[in-house]
Design a protein around this ligand. Structure first.
Ligand SMILES: *[C@@H]1O[C@H](CO)[C@@H](O)[C@H](O)[C@H]1NC(C)=O
Ligand SMILES: *[C@@H]1O[C@H](CO)[C@@H](O)[C@H](O)[C@H]1NC(C)=O
Ligand SMILES: *[C@@H]1O[C@H](CO)[C@@H](O)[C@H](O)[C@H]1NC(C)=O
Ligand SMILES: *[C@@H]1O[C@H](CO)[C@@H](O)[C@H](O)[C@H]1NC(C)=O
Ligand SMILES: *[C@@H]1O[C@H](CO)[C@@H](O)[C@H](O)[C@H]1NC(C)=O
Ligand SMILES: *[C@@H]1O[C@H](CO)[C@@H](O)[C@H](O)[C@H]1NC(C)=O
Length: 607
């Protein structure tokens, strides 16, 4: 064999090896086979060099991109840049009160099939406990990083929702900390601090530890992020769909004072003290200008409140500027107005489709895009996305064992306990004495429901109903829905069965109120009364039961239950919001005296 042939033979073996290695990659379960800055090919770029400052790395990456590559980064579904080894990135993941499926970034069909479902935010807010809020956000962050590590979530999450719950009809009030700007501000700070990793130390090595002060990492040190939280939806947003109005073109008319005193404080706190790395602008207009084109307000967030991070539009909220609000005469002007106002990324495809022509028409300059990319890349860099193998990063060891832990499930239970509000308790009717109860009847459409998280819920670790929780205390518990079609309760045809079990039992617990059929994203309420025949169900059962009723109210939006407050046949009323996966146990503990309810309403009930 000539030396030339030997060389070729050797090459072929190497190629074969490389081939085997490369084809074996998709078969292995590595969820990040394409992480950026992977040695040996891609780690020579300055943006991969962890000794350089974040800003230098971000600028360097921008300088390597063509205009069309830049434009393709301006969507939640950011396109991969294969020649630089940068994979696609999904900016949109959700984590309002646990990992949620509402965004495309989170999936439950891989190694991890469930995550802890904490109570909906309005109930957690009712605990008025900053420590609790912070701990919940930290726990969600651990599960989020674990899911990222197995390829089932991103690192950028669009929570918390800190709009003021001003209008009681609003379908998303349940997602917020309520009507008070001070409470919403405090919640925002605790959520963001807990979620972005304040409770962790991460120093660039493999070590991580909970509960210690954050240690600066490398050069980007003080800026390091475990995850990115997003303060949304900026601003004065509390209408989904009502009569002829929709969130896509509603114009919120707000005085300057009301804006400063009511709507802005949670956002200011979220950015200034929470140090959130993202802000989302809302669909609605504020005083005639689309929120995402509010140049003065958005620039103030950076210049005065000190936002270090990116600004995203709500999903398709750039398209709406032209298509629903008719604020501009063409798509290019909508893109230009929003981009120049300070928005960096569009959830949706509008920037992808219209930025090129906006540039050609001279409405947008490349420097506008470079600014947006700088903000976006800086956040990705702070998250460690370009620091090499994620497994070797400070959170690389988190995985399935860190999701649905007994610690997290206990915290979900603790949150439900602390949030439940006792609204009425005639003659100390509650707690019931478990051992002296001969039989119990549970009535109501929500009682046998295991979806207890409200809007933005994922797949709970161990879904249980309120009925399950109560039956664990009293075996002899019968159940009837009372409303054959569930919460809408559009007829009284189910009453008979409910009356019959109520007559036969010593005590009756009636679960009434709301679920997502009444209040959710894109759905506001028209009435503050209980849905359909529910009020009639309550009074019918109250009339036949041997002892006075325990009435349990579910849902986020305020209800007018003054009829029950005044009715002596209803001894006790509990508000439980959307209590999450441990709601049944928490409710039972309260009813049977194992936990003394101390929650307070974060919104006004009519009475
Ligand atoms: C990374 O940057 C530092 C500081 O500028 C430099 O000394 C070092 O050589 C760089 N590393 C690589 C691999 O280029
Ligand atoms: C994301 O963008 C890529 C192109 O970069 C496209 O192939 C893919 O279908 C998009 N995914 C979604 C969910 O829109
Ligand atoms: C999980 O679901 C997502 C979205 O529904 C899908 O794109 C992905 O291929 C699925 N993964 C697996 C392993 O089934
Ligand atoms: C607040 O919540 C924490 C965590 O559950 C708990 O340890 C603490 O006792 C609570 N504080 C009050 C005042 O209830
Ligand atoms: C807004 O523009 C659309 C066309 O893009 C048109 O159908 C609609 O009637 C306009 N609405 C108003 C309120 O002018
Ligand atoms: C509760 O709901 C489950 C699942 O929908 C159903 O199988 C069960 O029969 C219901 N229980 C009662 C007592 O109605």
């Amino acid at each position: 064999m000539s030396s030339q042939w030997r060389f070729l033979f050797f090459l072929t073996i190497l190629d074969l090896l490389r081939f085997i290695l490369s084809t074996s990659q998709p078969i292995t379960s590595d969820p990040h086979p394409q992480f950026p800055c992977k040695p040996p090919n891609h780690n020579s770029y300055p943006f991969c060099n962890t000794s350089l400052p974040i800003s230098t790395r971000a600028q360097s990456l921008i300088s390597l991109l063509t205009l069309s590559e830049k434009i393709q980064q301006l969507s939640n579904n950011a396109t991969r840049i294969s020649r630089l080894g940068i994979p696609a990135y999904e900016w949109w993941s959700e984590s309002l009160h646990g990992l949620a499926t509402n965004g495309p970034g989170v999936t439950f069909n891989g190694t991890i099939q469930s995550a802890t479902s904490f109570p909906q935010v309005l109930l957690t807010a009712a605990a008025f406990n900053r420590t609790l809020w912070n701990l919940i956000a930290s726990a969600i962050a651990v599960e989020a990083r674990a899911m990222y590590n197995v390829g089932q979530a991103g690192l950028t999450f669009w929570a918390p929702n800190i709009n003021i719950f001003r209008d009681p009809r609003w379908g998303r009030g349940q997602e917020t900390p309520g009507e008070d700007p001070m409470v919403a501000s405090a919640f925002a700070i605790e959520f963001v601090r807990g979620f972005q990793g304040q409770n962790w130390r991460f120093d660039g090595g493999n070590r991580y530890g909970f509960g210690e002060k954050r240690v600066l990492r490398g050069d980007g040190g003080s800026d390091g992020l475990m995850l990115s939280a997003c303060c949304k939806h900026f601003t004065a947003y509390d209408l989904e769909s009502w009569g002829m109005f929709s969130r896509y073109n509603f114009n919120a008319v707000v005085t300057e004072q009301d804006l400063e005193d009511t709507y802005q404080p949670p956002f200011r706190s979220c950015i200034q003290q929470g140090k959130a790395s993202c802000l989302m602008c809302s669909y609605n207009e504020v005083n005639g200008i689309p929120a995402c084109a509010q140049q003065d307000l958005l620039q103030k967030v950076r210049a005065e409140w000190g936002l270090k991070g990116y600004i995203t539009s709500d999903c398709d909220a750039v398209a709406t500027v032209f298509e629903f609000q008719n604020y501009t005469k063409n798509p290019e002007d909508a893109v230009a107005d929003v981009l120049k106002s300070g928005v960096d990324i569009n959830c949706g495809t509008y920037f992808l489709r219209h930025t090129q022509s906006a540039i050609e028409q001279g409405k947008v300059q490349e420097k506008d895009i470079d600014r947006a990319l700088f903000n976006l890349f800086s956040v990705q860099l702070r998250l460690g996305l370009f620091d090499g193998d994620p497994k070797k990063g400070p959170f690389g060891k988190l995985g399935p064992k860190d999701v649905c832990t007994s610690e997290h499930k206990t915290l979900a239970l603790e949150a439900a306990r602390q949030g439940i509000v006792l609204l009425k308790n005639d003659k100390k009717f509650l707690p019931l004495k478990k051992n002296s109860i001969s039989s119990l009847a549970v009535v109501g459409p929500m009682a046998n429901e295991t979806k207890l998280g409200g809007g933005y819920t994922g797949v709970p670790c161990k879904p249980e109903s309120l009925l399950d929780g109560i039956q664990a205390y009293v075996k002899k518990t019968s159940y009837a829905s009372g409303c054959l079609d569930g919460v809408p309760c559009s007829s009284n045809t189910g009453f008979m069965e409910a009356v019959s079990i109520a007559r036969d039992a010593e005590f009756v617990i009636l679960v009434a109120g709301l679920d997502l059929s009444q209040e959710t994203e894109d759905r506001d309420r028209y009435s503050l009364l209980l849905p359909g025949y529910q009020m009639s169900l309550v009074t019918t059962i109250a009339a036949v039961s041997e002892k006075p009723l325990v009435l349990v109210i579910t849902g986020g939006g305020p209800l007018d239950i003054s009829f029950a407050e005044e009715d002596p046949r209803i001894a006790s009323i509990l508000w439980i919001g959307y209590p999450g996966e441990a709601g049944g146990k928490a409710l039972a503990e309260v009813i049977f005296g194992h936990y003394n309810p101390g929650g307070r309403l974060p919104m006004t009930l009519v009475s």
